[in-house]
Structures are given as C-alpha cells and as structure tokens.
Write a protein that binds this ligand. Structure first.
Ligand code: ADE
Ligand code: ZN
Length: 340
C-alpha cells in the first residue's frame, strides 16, 4: 500500500484507546481560556511561549509542567470542558471506545474537591456516549510520588462514586517509587471490586513490571517497554496475554526511546505480546491516537495486517465485555479486508 493509503487505512479503522490521561489532553488554547475565566495567570504569556516549553529530557521534566498546567482547573465546568474537547477530537479519529485516567490528587491537593473533578469528567463522558457514541471506562490513578496514606485517603474519597469508576491505576514519577509501595492500597482497591492497572517499565526496570504483576495483581501494564529486556517476563506476558499499553510519541518525547525506528513494537508482535497503541498525553506529545499509529507505521514500515492487529488488540485488551469486543472485531474483519 502507498503511504497515503496506509494513513487512510489507519484513519478509518475503529479503534479503542486504553492509556490516556485526561489532564494530558489539556491543549494550550483551552488552558489559556480557562485560566482567563478563573482569573488565574499562567507562567507563560502566550500559547506559543507555552508550547516552546514542551521540550523534555525525561518523564520528570514533563510531569513538572503537566502539574502546573492542571492548576487552572477549578470548577466542574472546567473538567467537563477538558473532557468534552478530548471526546470531540477522538470522535474525528474513529476512536469508538476510550478508557481514561484521571489523577484526583493533582486536584484535591490544591483544595478542589473529588466530587467537582469526577462530576465534570463523568458528565462529559456520558454526553460523549449519548451524542458521539463513544463508550468509556474511567480509571482513577494514584500519584506514586505521594505516600501510601494519601493513596488510601483518595481511595476512601472515591467510594461514594464507586459505580462510576471501573479501575485504579498508578502513575507519575516511576523511578524510586516501585509498585511495592502501593501493595496494600491495591489490595484494598481489589477488595472493593476495582480492576487494577499500573504504569511500569516506562523509565523503571523490568523488575517493576514483575512487581506490578505479582504484588499488585494488575490485569494490564501501562507502557511496559522494559519488558523486552527480560526473556522470562516476555514469555509470561505472552503466555497470559497481558495487555501492554504502549505510547510511541510519548516515549519519543520523553526520551524513553531515542528514535521510533528502534521502537520494540514489531519485535513484541513477533513474540505474540498483546500490545496496544495509545496517546498518553496527546496535548504535550504532538499527536492523538491516529498520529501515534501513523508515526509507528512510518518508522517501522508496519503492514496493513500489523496495523489491523494493533486495532484488534485495542479491543481485546479493553474492559468491554466479550460481546462488545467481538462486535468491533468482527466489524473490522468484515469492513476492512486485509490488503498488504
Ligand atoms: N502521568 C501522565 N503521563 C504520565 C506518564 N507517561 N508516565 C507516568 N505518569 C504520567
Ligand atoms: Zn501514562
């Protein structure tokens, strides 16, 4: 297939997104608009100067700026607008299902109530379901640079909204904050019936992926790049078909990889790992879901079959029920005959 045919092929595929931080979809234009209506000033005098600051050498440099941006979110309407803007964006990209993270501690630590945050996000997700036909799951993520007691407190705050929250996750500064730090919190979350995921092996070692699996008992690994260093781990992930939510443009921008030509996705597919493609924090890393698929396809010369496999994996690895998963997968098989 020609390059532009491949791009069109990617665009028309129905896709699910499984690794997306809603605070990471905060586009500078909307950030300035919300800051203005909340009478807050940003440390940058224009959208252009803010965008210029989006140059990162590692995860921490990104997180420092990401948490500052989130500080202008104060009211339920702000969280609604943020989420609605993301849903409109992905609707244009044929993303039909999304499983999004939100970081309550980023907001509750500044005095914004848990209720304000979740009401805005959840109302937008429901509107997206009804008006745009996008199904969703919501994942509450604990900030791993904060302590265990803060995570326990957040879990307590979440309980009145248990019916709205499908799972819990673990994000923020990975190195020095291993999954083991949150073993007891994840146990309690599991007892409450939440599904479990964790960022592991983005910057941290393969050892953290083992911990996420064996101590936290997660059903999915966010990133998991470093698994490729450990043959035993690869064997386990393949054998149990544990999904990995890879984020190519994020990994490039945060220097997890130096070049997408070296991205481990083809190798992982060859090893029968259930990998999926995701955008992580698209407002900061230069692209939403289609741009991630396109960048990977261009750099790794992926075939239409491999691209389709990635889209199928996105449903397989999702928390949709089996009937819904099969509906999307068989629709894809019927609508889009494989062309190589
Ligand atoms: N929070 C938002 N994006 C993240 C990432 N890529 N890794 C860890 N924490 C995050
Ligand atoms: Zn992430």
């Amino acid at each position: 297939m020609e390059k532009n045919e491949l791009v069109n092929y990617i665009k028309q595929l129905p896709k699910a997104e499984l690794h997306l931080h809603i605070e990471g979809t905060f586009e500078p234009e909307l950030m300035f608009e919300i800051a203005k209506r909340n009478n807050l000033s940003l440390a940058y005098d224009s959208v252009a100067s803010l965008k210029k600051a989006y140059q990162f050498n590692n995860l921490q440099e990104f997180l420092d700026i990401y948490y500052i941006g989130a500080q202008v979110l104060l009211h339920e309407q702000d969280f609604y607008d943020l989420t609605w803007a993301y849903l409109q964006k992905i609707h244009q990209q044929n993303v039909v299902h999304t499983e999004i993270f939100f970081d309550p501690q980023t907001h509750t630590d500044r005095g914004v109530s848990f209720e304000t945050v979740i009401n805005g996000i959840y109302k937008a997700l429901k509107d997206g379901q009804h008006q745009l036909g996008i199904s969703f799951r919501l994942i509450m993520s604990f900030l791993r640079h904060l302590d265990e007691s803060s995570a326990f407190e957040t879990l307590k705050q979440a309980l009145p909204f248990k019916d709205w929250i499908d799972g819990v996750g673990l994000d923020s500064s990975e190195i020095g904050n291993p999954p083991s730090k949150f073993e007891r919190v994840f146990k309690q979350a599991a007892d409450h019936g939440f599904k479990l995921v964790a960022h592991a092996g983005e910057e941290g070692p393969a050892e953290y992926i083992w911990e996420a699996l064996d101590l936290l008992h997660v059903c999915r690994i966010d990133h998991g790049n470093r698994s490729i260093d450990d043959a035993k781990l690869v064997e386990r992930l393949a054998q149990q078909q544990i999904p990995l939510t890879l984020c190519p443009l994020s990994n490039l921008e945060l220097k997890v990889v130096q070049d997408l030509k070296e991205y481990p996705a083809s190798k992982m597919l060859d090893k029968n790992l259930l990998i999926t493609i995701n955008s992580d924090d698209p407002a900061y890393f230069g692209g939403y879901l289609n741009e991630n698929y396109i960048a990977l396809t261009n750099n790794l010369s992926l075939t239409p079959d491999q691209i389709k496999q990635l889209a199928i994996n996105s449903f397989k690895g999702s928390w949709l029920n089996e009937v819904e998963k099969n509906k999307w997968i068989s629709e894809m098989e019927q609508l889009i005959p494989t062309k190589n």
